[in-house]
Design a protein around this ligand. Structure first.
Ligand SMILES: *Cc1c(COP(=O)(O)O)cnc(C)c1O
Length: 431
């Protein structure tokens, strides 16, 4: 370990030495020692169009020579205005206002504050949110509060605000109980909103795919019904699309794929194609309007030093152009995953195969408890590196979430590597 760096999510005492990456191009990472690996997980899900994409690099370079940063209160600039216009146009109704920040957790914090204050500004004190078991919304305190209580937040549990959790109706190939599970969850939601709806500021969900919670997937039908319930009980619906946004689910945004419009939408990870930390929280005009007043206390008093950083805006604008360019790729990846995953279907070590857009996942059957600390993860990471693959299972959940520029042969290489690893591992670990 480097003597002066504190690595994230890492117990330095027991962790392996981190690998030093020298360069990256497309889906490939190259280590200092020359070893090459396919980035099968888009480097923590941010790298949507491949590493070092020249169009984004060029956009940042050009912007850096014109205006690199300026205070965003009392001042504005073209890159922010253009980005807001393009995002609103692409997202469609009811989205109309873009609030800039710089990472996913913060996009979520802003969403929570908007929802909470929306009610306060109308004279209503709604002190809690509804969220889902298994959710992950980030590592800041508000985001931790609406996330499932987990290993990540356990130490801080006394400091988190109160949130009501309901089950997430996760489903997978061949699941015959999906509708029944959804009906149960919806009735729990309805009961909670019926009894305590006037205290619930909003419902927060990762639409279609829960990321860090284990790539757990739900059906569009569920989100459609959730939308209807939130509407009928007059509470806000917040989509955390930090991971699912920008093509991940096979459409531009999960809300498009599901045919559902939330009131507030949080975006980050893919927004700059993996180049710069950047985020936005987008809302309807109705929400914005609740803050538009002569009364200073009705202002959303939130902002960050780097809010709407012009370099980030330029990267995001270039990213939007690449979204159009790569649209055939992110739309067709679901079918490719299906075809590849089908070969693993009967492997005794895998269960609950599932695909949404560019994301494929499966649970590994091990003798240990499921969960983030399952040691199969480390075992797979090590064996994958040797095969030239960057994989990072979430405990016993193995998933693939590649950049959209991946070639068919490279995707096949990933699946072949996974097949080999699982067959090797079956001998020692798996049942
Ligand atoms: C990663 C993630 C976050 C947190 O984003 P950071 O940029 O890591 O703070 C929030 N929500 C979801 C769904 C995520 O996947």
């Amino acid at each position: 370990m480097h003597p002066h760096i504190w690595y994230p999510f890492t117990q330095a005492k027991t962790a392996l030495e981190p690998l030093k990456v020298k360069s990256a191009q497309g889906v490939w990472l190259e280590l200092e020692n020359g070893h090459k690996m396919i980035d099968c997980i888009s480097s923590w899900w941010v790298n949507t169009y491949g590493h070092c994409h020249p169009k984004i690099a060029e956009a940042i370079y050009q912007q850096a020579q014109q205006l690199e940063q300026v205070i965003f209160a009392g001042f504005t600039h073209d890159p922010a205005e253009q980005l807001a216009e393009k995002l609103v146009a692409k997202l469609g109704a009811p989205f109309n206002r873009v609030f800039f920040s710089d990472n996913g957790s913060t996009a979520v914090e802003v969403g929570l504050k908007m929802a909470y204050q929306y009610w306060v500004n109308q004279g209503q004190a709604r002190s809690t949110f509804l969220a889902f078991d298994g959710a992950y919304h980030g590592d800041t305190f508000g985001a931790m509060s609406v996330g499932a209580r987990s290993l990540f937040s356990a130490v801080f549990s006394n400091l988190l605000f109160n949130v009501e959790f309901v089950p997430f109706p996760s489903t997978y190939w061949g699941d015959r109980t999906a509708e029944e599970t959804e009906a149960k969850v919806l009735s729990i939601l309805e009961k909670a909103l019926d009894e305590r709806g006037d205290r619930i500021a909003g419902v927060m969900i990762e639409p279609l795919v829960q990321g860090a919670g284990g790539m757990r997937m739900c059906r569009p039908q569920f989100l459609q019904k959730l939308r209807a319930i939130a509407q009928s009980f007059n509470t806000l619906l917040i989509f955390d699309e930090v991971m699912t946004g920008f093509g991940r689910t096979g459409d531009w945004f999960a809300c498009h794929k599901a045919g559902v419009s939330p009131d507030i939408l949080c975006l980050s990870k893919g927004i700059t194609g993996g180049f710069l930390p950047f985020a936005v929280t987008v809302c309807s005009e109705e929400i914005y309007h609740a803050f538009y007043d002569d009364e200073p206390l009705k202002t959303l008093y939130h902002g960050h030093s780097y809010t709407a950083n012009p370099l980030g805006c330029a990267a995001a604008l270039a990213g939007l152009e690449l979204m159009t360019e790569y649209e055939p790729q992110f739309r067709s990846m679901e079918a490719k995953h299906h075809a590849q995953l089908a070969q693993l279907k009967d492997h005794p070590a895998v269960e609950k195969l599932r695909v949404t857009g560019t994301i494929a996942a499966m649970d590994l059957v091990t003798q240990e408890r499921s969960g983030y600390l399952n040691t199969i993860s480390l075992e797979i990471r090590q064996r994958a590196i040797a095969k030239g693959l960057l994989l990072r299972p979430l405990g016993n959940v193995l998933y693939i979430l590649p950049p959209y520029c991946i070639r068919d042969t490279e995707l096949a290489q990933i699946y072949q590597g996974i097949g080999e690893i699982l067959t090797d591992l079956s001998k020692d670990f798996l049942i």
